[in-house]
Design a protein around this ligand. Structure first.
Ligand code: HEM
Length: 224
């Protein structure tokens, strides 16, 4: 007897076990891969490899990885739809939580290594420097998404409300890209690459939403 889903027929049991196995392996691989940027920073710090301005290197690396992981989280649904690999949904939460993890390291680098916990300085920056204001807003959204990412919160809010709340990840992505565009002084190439990636993901999302709405309307009209 197959131990994964004993109530399903044999072929479905094998399919489910295979996707459970794929999910488990994918989770391990993603967990290890997501720790590589942190391990590289720690390695460099221990071997004098962070250069003349270590705080800048740490801020930039953690900021980059937060943004990359937010965009990766956003690309999971389109990837799942295109490839029909349903296990992908099972790794979305983990990638989102890693985005939050690197966002926290990024924020900690700023308040600890850059500002030495000087609350007055930090609040002034948040109020006066527009790239900090939007970065901070993105981080606050990221905190709320991480806190409500549990099964308990899905149950408490109800599936539909929870989905609505978690669409805020798109706004988080937009604020994060604006944060990057506003902080760059000369070469806009890298932030614009992220902006293009985000625009593609947003366009896909709006496109599928419009298609779904149109097909719902057609079904309603056919039923009348
Ligand atoms: C979701 C939240 C955030 C994301 C995705 C993000 C992302 C980034 C990125 C991509 C960079 C540039 C990295 C590079 O040049 O390679 C950056 C730089 C920076 N971020 Fe953030 N950030 C976020 C939140 C914050 C917050 C909350 C603060 C502080 C309150 C902050 C402060 C900074 C600073 C000081 C820099 C360096 C600016 C410079 O070099 O002049 N960020 N961030």
């Amino acid at each position: 007897m197959n131990a994964c889903f004993p109530y399903l027929n044999y072929k479905l049991q094998i399919a489910n076990c295979k996707s459970k196995m794929t999910l488990r392996l994918a989770k391990i691989a993603i967990f290890l891969a997501a720790l590589i940027p942190l391990a590289r920073l720690v390695w460099k710090a221990l071997h004098d490899g962070l250069g003349a301005n270590p705080i800048e290197v740490i801020t930039h690396s953690t900021g980059d990885w937060t943004l990359i992981l937010i965009l990766t989280t956003l690309s999971i649904t389109p990837l799942r739809r295109i490839t029909h690999q349903y296990w992908l949904i099972g790794v979305r939460r983990m990638i989102g939580l890693f985005a939050f993890f690197y966002g926290t390291l990024h924020f900690l680098t700023y308040i600890w290594l850059d500002k030495f916990f000087n609350v007055h300085d930090i609040l002034q920056d948040v109020a006066k420097r527009r790239f900090i204001t939007v970065g901070f807003s993105a981080f606050v959204l990221l905190i709320s998404l991480a806190l409500t990412s549990t099964k308990g919160w899905i149950r408490r809010l109800g599936g539909k409300n929870w989905q609505r709340l978690h669409r805020l990840i798109y706004l988080t992505g937009i604020l994060a890209v604006v944060h990057y565009i506003w902080l760059v002084k000369a070469d806009l190439r890298k932030p614009l690459e992220y902006a293009i990636a985000l625009s593609i993901l947003l366009t896909y999302r709006v496109g599928t939403w419009l298609t779904e709405k149109a097909s719902e309307k057609r079904k309603q009209q056919a039923g009348q």
